[in-house]
Design a protein around this ligand. Structure first.
Ligand code: SF4
Ligand code: SF4
Length: 705
């Protein structure tokens, strides 16, 4: 057995050396960029949340199990890696003990002859084999050759994936060969339990040579696999737990990340602020967390399959956004790690590679890719390894907008309007209270301080105050609060845009300015509780203003109305005999997990029959307006709102309901086009859930949006 031990240990040292060299390279590359101290600080201060994330997401595979067949297959393959570590302890123990004593009958101390362990090892190895069969079928069924752009694997490195499946297969069959051979030579640690190994043993001869060769093959395949893993997308086996640990909690959605330079939050009032370092213009501006995202992407394409931009034939694929950056990072890596002097001696081609902008016509990411994103969060929601696509996109947008002044010209009008008038339409702030005159009851306008008896500040939002369709929601909500006896007040002309469109465009400076102004107004008025009708305002007030010191208890109107209905303060009585399909606004649903309340309200309205669209709740499909896309032309591919309305039409609805002013506008526009072309019935309308509720509570016709 001495020769077995020598070959086994030499192979091991060689493979570990190769793997360690690669890991060192990956580490050095990851730290060329700026630090991300907030990620470490959060993990250190929230050990409980981190442990839970590891248990639920990594060990429990929560996100993957949403995709049932591939999720179950992955669950077993992943657990095989953990459980079969014990088989490797046994294999190394056997070759070392064989070299020393001449008998390879090693067993793990204490638990090593326990039949339950023997059974578990065989069970998980068989399950892993079945998992490999499932993966093979899934890959063939979803092959880009068959489905083209519709395949979630389109754009992924397919050869590498097949190689890894083949290597895992080799590990498993050699495992059974080695264990079965040990059964026959009397070296197997388990007398019972290892059902599959015993079955294989029954068809093999008893041979010490076979046992030794099988052991070496089993160890050898594992070592080759290890080297392949650290050089491929399967690196996620090691990096996924780290990526989950350092992801933005709770789920990298809701608030946009604060903008940082060298790990410090940017202070726009700092006179020494280096304006050229805002956002991310080159790959080396990426933090180690960004690199960890690159290393961790498994190329599974779940993000791509859910992306509204990709699904409407736009060039943006969230998967390719990560992979293109990763490929570029690997291409420039050797030069990034050189000293300035070494770099100066490189040829023109290397210098051109190093100078390649992250975004540009000839850049790593095409501008059409960057500006196609609606920030809907479908990619982040689906990614099983917590990659933060929106953070990448926002950081690149920040550089484009604030350093390069390079963004879709239509959005420039919105920016100017925000700067000059505090709303994206550029309307006078005095018009913000006009809707109140259309009501037949008093609405309190805040002068300076909120009255003692006032419970909520009703944050109306720019659309809710100035856009005709959204104003109907504003009036319905005000009326419902009035009926329910909830005391509320509004800021009227003192309210300015929350800054959401500016922030999602990448204009962090303008967001900061608007947010500071609003926080000052809110704090001076003594506001504690806010109700907002716009999910974008809701998200910004609830999740982003705390970054700037504005902390309030914020609810969306559907949350408050559902509670009032529950408490019997609003009683829907008049039946609405309609079939209604509800469209989840991304910033209410995915970004803030408000899925049930709008549905609860509809369920309480007598006569309403609801019918879900195929893509709903966490898989809801964007209307196309988020990420400041509301203010940009949609020139590429099919319009996202058209795609969504097409899907809604498959449910044959009388009405489409939603809970966001931007969704109202986007879906409404598409419905009007469909009516003109005869694809939708004339009576089809899109309304806010609150409009349905007021209709039922008051027994009045609902004002179509
Ligand atoms: S946020 Fe939405 S639009 Fe943007 S990349 Fe992700 S899925 Fe696509
Ligand atoms: S980013 Fe996440 S969801 Fe998308 S391909 Fe990579 S691992 Fe899969």
């Amino acid at each position: 057995m001495l020769w077995v031990a020598i070959i086994g240990l030499v192979m091991t040292v060689a493979a570990l050396a190769l793997a360690a060299r690669r890991v060192l390279f990956l580490y050095k590359l990851a730290v060329v960029g700026p630090p991300a101290p907030e990620r470490i600080e959060y993990a250190r201060n929230n050990v409980g949340a981190e442990v839970k994330a590891q248990l639920v997401e990594v060990l429990g595979q929560k996100k993957l199990l949403k995709w049932t067949p591939s999720g179950v297959a992955h669950f077993f393959v992943m657990w095989a890696f953990f459980i079969l570590l014990t088989v490797y302890i046994e294999a190394y123990g056997a070759i070392i003990q064989g070299a020393i004593t001449g008998r390879a009958n090693f067993h793990i101390p204490i638990i090593g002859t326990w039949p339950v362990l023997g059974f578990l090892q065989d069970f998980i190895a068989v399950a892993c084999l079945l998992g490999l069969v499932a993966f093979t079928v899934i890959r063939i069924k979803n092959s880009p050759k068959r489905l083209g752009r519709g395949s979630r694997f389109s754009g992924s490195h397919l050869g590498g994936a097949w190689l890894v499946l083949f290597m895992i297969f080799n590990i498993i069959w050699t495992l059974f060969l080695a264990r079965a051979a040990a059964v026959n030579t009397g070296n197997f640690p388990y007398e019972s339990g290892a059902f599959a190994s015993e079955a294989v043993a029954s068809i093999l001869p008893s041979s010490h040579l076979l046992e030794e060769i099988a052991l070496l093959l089993h160890i050898g395949f594992m070592l080759v696999f290890l080297v392949i893993v650290v050089n491929s997308k399967h690196l996620h086996i090691f990096t996924a737990p780290l990526n989950v640990m350092f992801s933005r909690r709770p789920d990298a959605m809701g608030a946009a990340p604060e903008m940082r330079i060298d790990g410090k939050v940017v202070d726009f009032e700092d006179e020494d602020l280096d304006g050229d370092r805002l956002g991310r213009g080159k790959i080396e501006d990426t933090t180690w967390k960004g690199f960890l995202d690159f290393y961790t992407c498994t190329e599974c394409g779940r993000c791509q399959s859910q992306c509204p931009a990709w699904n409407t034939d736009k060039p943006l694929s969230p998967k390719m956004l990560i992979l293109d950056q990763r490929d570029h990072a690997f291409a420039v890596a050797p030069y990034l790690m050189m000293s300035e002097e070494q770099r100066a001696h490189q040829g023109q081609d290397v210098l051109a590679l190093l100078e390649k902008p992250l975004v540009g016509e000839d850049g790593v990411i095409h501008p059409d890719v960057l500006w196609s994103c609606t920030n809907c969060g479908a990619c982040v929601e689906q990614c099983p390894v917590d990659i933060e696509h929106i953070d990448h996109i926002l950081d690149m947008r920040r550089y484009q907008v604030m350093v390069e002044s390079n963004f879709p010209s239509e959005a420039g009008v919105m920016v100017k309007n925000l700067e000059n008038k505090g709303n994206p339409w550029g309307m006078s702030e005095m018009k913000r209270a006009d809707w109140i005159e259309e009501l037949d009851f008093e609405v309190q306008l805040i002068d300076e301080k909120l009255g003692e008896d006032v419970e909520y500040l009703f944050w109306v939002g720019c659309a809710g105050a100035l856009e005709d369709r959204a104003k109907k929601t504003t009036k319905a909500v005000a009326e419902l609060l009035h009926i329910a006896g909830v005391k509320f007040a509004v800021l009227g002309p003192m309210e300015a845009c929350t800054g959401d469109p500016a922030r999602r465009l990448g204009m962090e400076f303008l967001f900061n300015m608007l947010a500071q102004q609003n926080i000052e107004t809110l704090n001076e008025a003594g506001v504690k509780k806010i109700v907002a009708t716009c999910p974008h305002c809701f998200n910004t007030l609830a999740n982003e203003y705390p970054q700037l010191g504005g902390t309030y208890e914020v609810v969306h109107h559907t949350q408050l109305l559902a509670k009032l209905v529950d408490e019997g303060k609003l009683v829907p009585v008049t039946p609405i005999e309609e079939k209604i399909t509800y469209h989840d606004p991304c910033f209410l649903g995915r970004h803030n997990k408000v899925y049930s309340q709008p549905r609860d309200i509809m369920a309480k309205v007598p006569g309403v029959k609801t019918q879900e669209m195929h893509r709903h709740k966490d898989r809801g499909f964007c209307c196309g307006a988020g990420g400041a896309r509301m203010w940009m032309e949609e020139r590429l591919g099919k319009r996202i709102n058209t795609e969504r309305v097409d899907e809604a039409l498959t449910t044959d609805p009388d009405t489409i309901s939603t809970a966001c002013p931007f969704c109202l506008v986007m879906l409404g526009d598409s419905i009007n086009e469909k009516k003109n072309s005869g694809e939708a019935k004339e009576t089809l309308e899109v309304v806010d859930v609150s409009q349905l509720l007021i209709k039922s509570v008051k027994g009045e016709p609902v004002e179509a949006s």
